[in-house]
Design a binder for this molecule. Structure first.
Ligand code: 13P
Length: 287
């Protein structure tokens, strides 16, 4: 059964480790992440962006697939199904479809509007027993080939949003989605420490987990980060393993074109990446 992310994140905060949110794109991604979590006795959060939700035919399809896998793969570790960077409407749709956790990303709105919309969705999430993530300071990333720097959140605005009763808070501290540019300045730990102080005890979320050096990940966890989002790194692992298979001409040997064979190296590569992240984040054995 899907669970809210609240308890697993509070345990992570108290135990000084982080739970990974791994974004899913299809059946192979979902199965690889769930099996790896079970094998490593780790809690896990499956992230679904609005684009990935549409790609998988819609939120109800995602809920049906994930619930089916929890039962048929005998997954007993805590699993939350979470909307990633949700709009106000998308968040409501996911609540109705059966997600166990939502993110409302109002970071692009003026702070007053972010507060108003977050407040409304906190009430909805509470009513349904779901966890809710909010965001302050937008996370940059690559758009049309241009890599935008991540914003650094205002700690006082973080406190305002945290005080609305959200379960976890994503704050921009110079992190971005996708690959980091060579001249990246690194995470802003002074701001992270300030946010942690002002939001006392709130599990913090680090987006853009791909490519952040290990020492920065560990320092972020020591400063209250309890959830780390990883997406691009699984995509890169999958693509590389699939390319190797095809470049070696394996799809042309025997029944190597069978999708169950063709997608197997990519599937195993996702498992490997997820396991490495769970070890780095310290969530292995914490289910
Ligand atoms: P990456 O794609 O950089 O790993 O970021 C994932 C993320 O933050 C999803 O919200």
């Amino acid at each position: 059964m899907l669970v809210s992310a609240k308890e697993m994140l509070q345990k992570a905060r108290d135990g000084k480790y982080a739970v990974g949110q791994f974004n899913i794109n299809n059946l192979e991604w979902t199965k690889a992440i769930l099996l790896t979590a079970q094998e490593n006795n780790s809690p896990v959060i499956l992230g679904v962006s609005e684009g990935a939700g549409k790609y998988m035919a819609g939120y109800k399809t995602v809920v049906g697939m994930v619930n089916g896998m929890l039962e048929e793969l005998n997954i007993t570790v805590p699993v939350a199904l979470h909307l990633d960077h949700g709009s106000y409407e998308g968040a409501k749709e996911c609540v109705a479809a059966g997600f166990s956790s939502i993110m409302f990303d109002g970071s692009h709105y003026p702070i007053e509007e972010n507060v108003e919309k977050t407040k409304e969705l906190v009430a909805l999430a509470n009513e349904k027993g779901l966890s809710i993530e909010a965001e302050v300071g937008s996370i940059g990333g690559e758009e049309d080939g241009v890599i935008g720097a991540g914003e650094v959140a205002d700690p006082n605005e973080c406190k305002r949003i945290a005080d609305l009763g959200v379960t976890m808070l994503a704050a921009g501290i110079g992190n971005i989605h996708g690959k980091y540019p060579a001249n990246w300045q690194g995470l802003n730990f002074d701001v992270l420490a300030e946010i942690q102080k002002l939001t006392a005890g709130m599990p913090l979320v680090l987006h853009g987990g791909t490519g952040i050096p290990e020492d920065m990940i560990k320092k972020a966890i020591s400063l209250g980060v309890s959830k780390i989002n990883v997406n691009t790194e699984c995509q890169l692992s999958f693509a590389e393993a699939t390319r190797t298979y095809i470049e070696a001409g394996k799809d042309l040997e025997g029944k190597g074109f069978d999708p169950r064979k063709l997608l197997a190296p990519g599937f195993n590569a996702i498992k490997e990446t997820v396991k490495e992240k769970m070890e780095l984040f310290g969530s292995v054995g914490k289910a």
